[in-house]
Design a binder for this molecule. Sequence first.
Ligand SMILES: NC(=O)C1=CN([C@@H]2O[C@H](COP(=O)(O)OP(=O)(O)OC[C@H]3O[C@@H](n4cnc5c(N)ncnc54)[C@H](OP(=O)(O)O)[C@@H]3O)[C@@H](O)[C@H]2O)C=CC1
Ligand SMILES: O=C(CO)[C@H](O)[C@H](O)COP(=O)(O)O
Length: 482
Amino acid sequence: MKGAIGIYGFRVMGENLARNIESKGYPVTIGNRSVEVIREFMEGKGKEGKFIPAYSIEEFAASLEKPRKVMLMIKAGETVDLTIENFLPYLEPGDTLIDGGNSNYEDTERRVQYLEEKGIYYIGSGVSGGELGALYGPSMMPGGNKEAWAGVKDIFMAIAAKAGTNGEEPCTTWIGNGGSGHYVKTVHNGIEYGDMQLISEVYAILRDVVGADNEEMAKIFSTWNAGRLESYLVEITSEILNEKDETGEYIVNYILDKAMQKGTGKWTVISALEEGEPVTLITEAVYARILSSMKSERVAAAKGVEKPRSLAEKKDTVDLLEKALYAAKIISYAQGFSLMKAASDHYRWELKLGEIASIWRGGCIIRSAFLNDIRAAYEENVELKNLMVAPFFRTELEETVKGLREMVILGIRNGIAMPAMSSALSYYDGYHTENLPANLLQAQRDYFGAHMYERVDRPEGEFFHHNWSGEGGNTASTIYKV
Ligand SMILES: NC(=O)C1=CN([C@@H]2O[C@H](COP(=O)(O)OP(=O)(O)OC[C@H]3O[C@@H](n4cnc5c(N)ncnc54)[C@H](OP(=O)(O)O)[C@@H]3O)[C@@H](O)[C@H]2O)C=CC1
Ligand SMILES: O=C(CO)[C@H](O)[C@H](O)COP(=O)(O)O
């Protein structure tokens, strides 16, 4: 028996993905740098299935059907470069290497080109869904060398989560060339950071202002999960809040409030700055994790600082929080999708935003009911500039932004940090403002540095300089961006 595909890297994601593939009838070669993991698996869960254990890279490559398909599920970074080098002596032109980890899209872009020169097809594929997603159906975002897609498409389609009314639409599609698959996964994770921060801010208001207990909060999230906020993250939040340990204590109450991160949120923000896209909510979500990690500084600073108290009526607040969460979520996705559009234009990836919304409906961490509405918005208008101005979302926001405004005010009145919600509101307000105060800012730039400005009574693109102090000359600085 030869492996139809090989999974190299056999921890949380690799093992579960391999079991998923095998359950669909494909024999799978399995390997890992530390081979004990493979031995243990073959003595346990792997005994019965069509798994082909490989205890060296040479054995791994030899056990695969040709042309070979090797999927790496390993730690991102230079580990991937090292592993590619280790595999190269055993691969032949026409073979395909897939990186299913959370790699940086720029690395993937480089690796696609590097391997193309050697005749090896390279796919950088985002895989989302965590442990259970990998096992029962993840969302997968493959991009890279298109010629390789035909060879792996059937396996990807078979193992991906299924969405849609009939549950028959696979949550995977070819994303585009170069590093586009990993780029889309990076933005997915950025949006994931945003969703998690928003939910955490709701939790802070419920816990610290409303005074709701874990059981009540779990019920609130569970009720929301039956409505327009239906999503995996809202669902698991309800379960997390209810979970007790063996002593009967709520586990979440004992978890240290220091958030960690592996880097994909940061990459989203770096890309947003490079593309000139105001992805403020995800940026704040990344900073919120960083601030949370400064636990000892926070503890010291908090001593003796009294929080303002402004109580709120429970029923009204819960209703307003639902609106706030929904509005902020729309705004966050508007930013994320706008970023993907900008990157797509920049890198000429031709990303199909409706399809991306579609494959995020199942399997992945940000799966939610409202991705159906996002898909519909892009189906209606592929050139949509911003989700907030799509007719459906415009109406939804008109109804819910009031809740967001009220909850940000409530947070401010109670000294609760609401970075994601307040940045969402500022973005919404800024985007819907005809006259921003940037005229004054432009005047300041021109005053101190002769950087020039455009005028409201002249066509855009025509630049002016004024000698504000009377002492400067008429020479203006040139217009450019570094
Ligand atoms: N966990 C999750 O929920 C998700 C993870 N991902 C991504 O999938 C990939 C795998 O994730 P996960 O299963 O959590 O595992 P980890 O991210 O913890 O990575 C561990 C794997 O990387 C291998 N590895 C580390 N260093 C090297 C090296 N120098 N050479 C060869 N192999 C090495 C390990 O081998 P060894 O056992 O020998 O140490 C092990 O197989 C990562 O890129 C991750 O970001 C994607 C979606 C969800
Ligand atoms: O890719 C994922 C889900 O889609 C991972 O779970 C992700 O790595 C989590 O990121 P972080 O550790 O930065 O919170």
